[in-house]
Design a binder for this molecule. Structure first.
Ligand code: SF4
Length: 288
């Protein structure tokens, strides 16, 4: 029986923001699966030994209580529960509640300048609110046991301030995992890729600089280059409940739909399973 170990679930495609670097593939008029369908999906995955579910979007928090009930359901199944969010409209009280059912949270931090956030998120009011919220979340999470992962997508427009971002994060909360990913263009904003893509060797160079400056100053630092992102296979469940592989930035259907109860596929499209397992081991998700 194949084991999924860790899967990303795009619970919704919807998002109130409009980031210049958004990777979403948006398909209009396709309804997401309903709460009961989601719970069935989790039951199926749990029976296949799912170890970790990373709930992402769009922006998951727009689902409000529906999201939180789902996360509680996942957590009660003893699945490592990770929420990827911008932090949109989260507050201290909610975060304290989430401590009871969210094991890990990933939020984005791409600039130390609030004006850059307004430009990047293309929504002035939300972006200003969000900058404050993210700062607060980094502070508030010190009073929780949630593993906080901060993601910085490194691209042509922010590469000059990565060190400043590091010092800012380190000052607010050094107990975070700082994850730096090299930008790649796909999805809704693929046409903007030339504005953001780094030149040859730039990511490697900034990675070395950051390692030199911040070694041991965070809980952990991870770098993922464009090539590594390209060649790291993974699974994603779309908002419709379809299981796809994400190797090489392509979403390739496995032919398996979580709601239709078909037999699980053999995952022939996943070219390097051993590498995937290694990633899982490295990140402490389990050893197969
Ligand atoms: S990157 Fe995330 S926050 Fe930004 S528009 Fe896309 S889904 Fe929304």
């Amino acid at each position: 029986m194949p084991s999924f170990l860790s899967i990303v679930y795009q619970i919704t495609q919807e998002c109130p923001l409009d980031c210049e670097i958004c990777l979403r593939k948006y398909t209009f008029r396709e309804k997401p699966i309903n709460p009961e369908g989601r719970r069935n999906m989790v039951d199926i995955l749990k029976a296949r030994k799912l170890g970790r579910l990373n709930v992402t979007g769009g922006e998951p928090t727009i689902l409000g209580d529906e999201l939180h009930k789902f996360l509680i359901y996942v957590h009660n199944k003893q699945i490592h529960t990770c929420l990827t969010t911008t932090g949109f409209r989260l507050n201290r009280e909610k975060l304290m509640q989430m401590d009871g059912y969210v094991d890990q949270m990933m939020i984005s931090f791409h600039s130390v300048e609030p004006s850059d956030w307004q430009a990047m998120y293309s929504h002035r009011r939300f972006a200003t609110e969000l900058y404050e919220t993210v700062m607060n979340i980094l502070e508030w999470c010190k009073d929780t046991s949630i593993i906080m992962e901060v993601n910085t997508v490194v691209h042509r427009k922010n590469i000059g301030q990565i060190t400043d971002i590091g010092w800012k994060l380190q000052q607010i909360n050094p107990n975070i995992i700082w994850r730096l990913d090299e930008y790649y263009g796909m999805g809704l904003k693929e046409h903007k890729r030339n504005d953001f893509e780094l030149g040859c060797g730039e990511f490697e160079s900034i990675s070395n600089e950051i390692t030199g400056k911040f070694d041991r100053l965070f809980r952990d630092i991870h770098f993922t280059s464009l090539d590594q992102r390209k060649t790291s296979p993974g699974f994603l469940i779309t908002h419709k409940g379809e299981l796809v592989t994400t190797f090489d930035f392509r979403h390739t259907s496995t032919g398996f739909h979580l709601l239709r109860g078909a037999q699980l596929p053999e995952f022939k499209m996943l070219r390097d399973w051993s590498e995937y397992k290694k990633v899982c081991r490295d990140w402490g998700w389990g050893d197969l």
